[in-house]
Design a binder for this molecule. Structure first.
Ligand SMILES: NC(=O)C1=CN([C@@H]2O[C@H](COP(=O)(O)OP(=O)(O)OC[C@H]3O[C@@H](n4cnc5c(N)ncnc54)[C@H](O)[C@@H]3O)[C@@H](O)[C@H]2O)C=CC1
Ligand SMILES: O=C(CO)COP(=O)(O)O
Length: 331
């Protein structure tokens, strides 16, 4: 049975691109945004010029700033930055949304302090609703151009996984399914830290050998921490692990890689963040992953160095030197 009313929480680039996928399957969407001025502009111009310029929004996109308007939805995508997920999920839970409605988290992050994944936060707010996740190598800029993209949909319930797969499958968007919700989310969240690090390597002009070594050791670190936090090793070797790690470390569209490159060139984090209107989740995730690693006693040299860099206690060259001169060990 297909979904009839789809709501999207978050009017940024990824929310817009996912609405475009659903439009290709003739599914209209109601997109909620928290910024009334932005929503008014997008509605009037049929373009999300702040987050995804140059893409004309189809007529099947509808916008609102009232969460209550989503109460009729049988599928709601949560696509805000991770720092806003708890607040919007709590607010959504006070609407008349049905306990049958499926909540699909498309956000990449881990909550600071609690170490909770986004789907766990959503499940706390919606204990009776099915909660699913969507992640994988998928830059919004390419999805709206209908460039072939494959992602993973995760849910504990097989019927929901299949329904979501049918809903999102198009001639350019290929969803795989998996039961490993934790692994899918952890791969998508942790890779952003390593994309920052790959950007630093680019900014320092350290070359291809260095970047290949960094990404390979990043995957080892991602798997070590991800398995300790409840994900399956095979999932990290798939689209939402190594797939997303690769695209984010190499893509010209990656905001995390771009932040890292500017750090590598010597800019201050506060100045970089102030100059961007989009989210780079690797910054907060560096801190939440560091906290999780300490709690579980997992060795995370790259995450530790990235934290020192973001804190301003280590310079980019020092971070690179610290990593290459670590205690010798077996691979
Ligand atoms: N852009 C992409 O290609 C992809 C992004 N993602 C993930 O999707 C999530 C959202 O990212 P984007 O759409 O790219 O971000 P974005 O920076 O393009 O847009 C974020 C949206 O959230 C809104 N927002 C900001 N603070 C808010 C708050 N406190 N409450 C409610 N709304 C708020 C902004 O106004 C904006 O509409 C992130 O976790 C990101 O890692 C995942 C896959 C691809
Ligand atoms: O998660 C993403 C692609 O899969 C988006 O990465 P950035 O946030 O670095 O642009």
């Amino acid at each position: 049975m297909s979904f009839r009313h789809v709501g999207i929480i978050g009017a940024g680039s990824w929310g817009t691109a996912l609405a475009a996928v659903l439009d290709a399957n003739r599914l209209p969407t109601l997109i909620w945004g928290h910024d009334a001025e932005h929503i008014a502009r997008v509605t009037a111009t049929h373009e999300n010029s702040t987050y995804l310029p140059g893409y004309r929004l189809p007529d099947s996109f509808h916008f609102t700033t009232a969460l209550d308007d989503l109460a009729e939805c049988d599928l709601v995508l949560l696509v805000t930055p991770s720092k806003a997920v708890r607040e919007v999920a709590a607010r959504l839970s006070t609407t008349a949304l049905s306990p049958e409605a499926v909540l699909l988290s498309c956000t990449k992050g881990v909550e600071r302090g609690s170490g909770l994944r986004m789907s766990e936060i959503i499940a706390e707010c919606f204990p009776h609703n099915p909660v699913a996740v969507l992640s994988g190598p998928s830059h919004a800029e390419e999805v709206v151009q209908k460039m072939p993209t494959a992602i993973v949909l995760g849910c504990a319930r097989e019927d929901i996984r299949t329904r979501l797969q049918q809903t999102f499958a198009t001639s350019f968007f290929r969803p795989y399914t998996s039961e490993d919700v934790a692994g899918i989310e952890l791969g998508g969240a942790l890779k952003n830290i390593f994309a920052l690090a790959a950007g630093v390597s680019d900014g320092l002009g350290l070359g291809d050998n260095s970047k290949a070594a960094l990404i390979t050791r990043s995957l080892a670190e991602l798997i070590r921490l991800g398995v300790a936090l409840g994900g399956k090793r095979e999932t990290f070797q798939g689209l939402s692990g190594i797939g997303d790690l690769m695209v984010t470390c190499f893509s010209r569209h990656s905001r995390n890689r771009a932040v890292g490159e500017r750090l590598g060139k010597g800019e201050r984090l506060a100045d970089i963040v102030a100059s961007m209107n989009m989210i780079a989740e690797g910054v907060p995730t560096t801190y939440s992953a560091f906290e999780c690693a300490r709690r579980f006693g997992i060795e995370t040299p790259i995450i530790d160095q990235m934290r020192a860099l973001l804190d301003g206690t280590s310079a980019p060259r020092e971070v690179a030197l610290n990593l290459i001169t670590r205690e010798p060990k077996a691979e």
